[in-house]
Design a protein around this ligand. Sequence first.
Ligand code: MLC
Ligand code: AMP
Length: 516
Amino acid sequence: MVNPLFDVLFKPHLGSAAPFLFLPDGGRLSYGEFLTRAGRFAAAIREMGLKPDDRLAVQIDKSPDALAVYAACVMTGVIFLPLNTAYAPAEVSYFLSDSGASLFLCDPSGRDALEAVAEAAGARIETLGIKGDGSFCTFADPLAPQLSATARSADDLAAFLYTSGTTGRSKGAMLSQANLLSNARTLTAHWGFTKSDVLLHALPIFHTHGLFVATNVTLIAGSAMMFMGKFDVDQMVAQMTRCTTMMGVPTFYTRLLDHPVFDADLTAHMRLFISGSAPMRKDTHDQFEARTGHRVLERYGMTETNMNTSNPLDGLRKTGTVGLPLPEVEVKITDLETGEIVDAGEIGVIEVRGPNVFKGYWNMPEKTAQELRPDGFFITGDLAQQDADGYITIVGRGKDLIISGGFNIYPKELEMILDDQPGVLESAVVSVPHADMGEAALAVLVRDGDGPDMDAIRFMMRNDVARFKHPRDYIIVDALPRNTMGKVQKNAMRDSYRDWFVDGSGTAKPKPLVLK
Ligand code: MLC
Ligand code: AMP
């Protein structure tokens, strides 16, 4: 039975005693043990009646079992749909109903709050905790592991990852087996991963970076991961000596640099540090190299495309650039208006084409058509320029997106919520620099009548909106700055509020310039 993703990622490891996951408490799981667990989950998924192409949504904490659910989905041909653990039930509700998920796994502690949400969406709900607990485990434990994979073709879908957009409505990016496989193969070779590597893995596994980039590369190389539940700087420093490589978002690097024992001795044995998901500042690159002697390898990707460009393993890593197009990935920089390729050195929008590019947005043919050209090029919305050597520098975003600590915040989504609040005539959410998270959301509210009740707004946010999306501060004004066409001038607002979070704490905020 052919199942390309299973055949490459998992099948070679069946029964293997080689280590796959090291755990910070000293525990470890071999490839064989991990796959036996995944095989049991595959048996449970089949026993619960899920068929290939059905969706299995998860909102569970990071653990070996959580990763085994991903493997079980690949084995059974069920589409894996991981959700940020920070999402509030109101947010989860949308993903379950939009995707038409058949089965939803949540943490045992979340069941009470999520039961009605799952029921309304028509999804069966089961629980999976981080210690082998929960109703899904109780169901799976007595079953014999099923280690044979359901037949799939490379074009069949493997995962849905939701990503938001300028309309504020999240879109399910459909990723095929071939999308994941091609990128995983390319990255493993490009970054020189081998059996001897141990990857320090502190990223969440509900996004491309921690799930596909980190995990699939490890699986292809047959290497191991030091699997941390979450990023904790002391734990990172404590475990680094057991690892050879690390992948992280820029916040990981700035936090490591702030740690007193993080130095050249601690990292001397490390082979490679990789950063992505958000821009790494040049001074962070420079400080990191000065402190450790390692130059961070920066790469660039997206949910819809996996990885597109990377600095080289051997050869010049140009700080401040995201490197060169990866093998098999075509990159062109085009004029936003005309779609024509711009001259070398000119700024345009990045478009990419290749086996890594997704199949479109679930049930959204119009959105897909707006972003995915008929000739296969995907319009990323990232603004960049390419130098004479082909290295690409991202200079900004054509899309209204805030990237905070590697998580995306879509201003439109927040503005729609804020506009509905009593006392708010309209709102604008803008990105401002933040020392720890890189960027943070700042909400500017236009007063209506007596103005908003800020306690009520904060209460509503706490209940209905994931914490990482919350504006770090709110400003109340009489009007938003608009151009002569009546369009809100977000660039002017970003400039006005640039120094709002001087030290990242939000305490030392200078008075903003008065908005005209
Ligand atoms: C947590 N908080 C955040 C936040 N993460 N707020 C804004 N942005 C974030 N990213 C909230 C917490 O809920 C908490 O709220 C407060 O901020 C501070 O928490 P913390 O303890 O300091 O944060 P921490 O839990 O340490 O998380 C920070 C982080 C984490 C950077 C480690 O966000 C993280 O792991 N980010 C990685 C994201 C990622 O994997 N992105 C890849 C996307 S894929 P309170 O109220 O409790 O104080 C992609 C494609 C590609 O982009 O190219 O890779
Ligand atoms: P996501 O939709 O979560 O996959 O986020 C993808 C976005 O992250 C891209 O469109 C870029 O804007 C941004 N991104 C990823 N890697 C980098 C990088 N190395 N430098 C700058 N931006 C990046």
